[in-house]
Design a protein around this ligand. Structure first.
Ligand SMILES: Nc1ncnc2c1ncn2[C@@H]1O[C@H](COP(=O)(O)OP(=O)(O)OP(=O)(O)O)[C@@H](O)[C@H]1O
Length: 265
């Protein structure tokens, strides 16, 4: 299918258009569409099995949709179709323009190399070779994500869950990507650790003017981080809007149910 590509300029960073994907008889995604603007944090919420992670995988190019398109506006102002570009170009984008923060640190970190080497992998892949400068960058980022400098030579295996997530964030943000995709970044952590991580994420996304897609089943995470929120049910986007509006005045019956279930004592 050939879409009419949008014009660059005052435009979104990402356009997801009518994306559908079946796994056998299961409709994981049905005609899902949304835009993401530069500097915007967008949460994708919904119950388990509603298609949130599948949507993120389709945006990342890890899953090919049966139909629809994911269009990304490059730094050169060109629109590219994430699923039509050569694999090498997609990998380059993934290393430069995009970051990924996984729920399980083992999926996003190299667990057997030092924290410093984890942070420096992307700058090195982009050609930085000066040891002193690389180490200074790693120290700077350890500071920013509140990990003690003395831990620079330790591997993430020796880190707590919260520290691992903060290291994933440093590893991704060190090259200043324009778009970060996060899949349940705080799930499975203690409440106080979650709060600290959310605070850090909120601060960094604002400071670096990052656009981010955050998949979460936790409405409080969306409330804290996201400018806008999409609500998914059975593979469809059933509601989308400013986060406060979606949660304070939900229009769709399913969103009303989600919000009221959180408010139950
Ligand atoms: N690789 C796969 N093979 C078969 N079915 C899949 C696969 N991945 C996802 N599904 C199905 O697609 C639907 C959407 O799953 P998805 O993981 O995207 O939901 P989710 O909202 O992210 O759920 P959770 O919050 O539990 O991670 C579910 O019915 C799931 O069972």
């Amino acid at each position: 299918m050939n879409a009419v590509l949008p014009q660059a300029g005052d435009a979104p960073l990402l356009q997801v258009r009518g994306v559908g994907l079946h796994f056998g008889a299961i409709a994981a995604l049905q005609s899902a569409s949304f835009d993401l603007w530069p500097g915007e944090v967008l949460a994708i919420v919904g119950e388990s099995g509603s298609g949130k992670s599948t949507l993120l995988d389709v945006v990342a190019g890890r899953q090919r949709p049966d139909n629809g398109q994911v269009l990304y506006c490059t730094t050169a102002g060109e629109w590219v179709d994430v699923h039509a570009m050569p694999e090498s170009q997609r990998q380059l984008l993934a290393r430069t323009d995009w970051g990924f923060v996984h729920q399980h640190a083992g999926d996003g970190l190299r667990m057997d190399v030092s924290a410093g080497a984890n942070i420096c992998e992307r700058p090195m892949a982009l050609g930085q070779r000066h040891y002193g400068r690389l180490r200074a960058t790693a120290l700077q980022w350890l500071d920013r994500v509140e990990i003690a400098r003395e831990r620079i030579d330790d591997t993430p295996r020796t880190f707590s869950g919260g520290m691992r997530q903060r290291l994933q964030i440093a590893r991704n943000l060190v090259t200043r990507p324009r778009l970060v995709l996060m899949d349940e970044p705080t799930t499975g952590l203690d409440v106080s650790v979650q709060a600290r991580l959310l605070d850090l994420l909120r601060h960094l996304t604002r400071e670096l003017r990052l656009a981010a897609l955050v998949v979460t089943h936790d409405l409080a995470v969306a409330r804290l981080l996201a400018d806008r929120t999409l609500v998914m049910q059975q593979g469809r986007v059933v509601e989308a809007g400013l986060t406060d509006q979606v949660f304070d005045d939900p229009q769709h019956a399913y969103t009303q149910l989600l919000v009221s279930s959180v408010l139950q004592p």
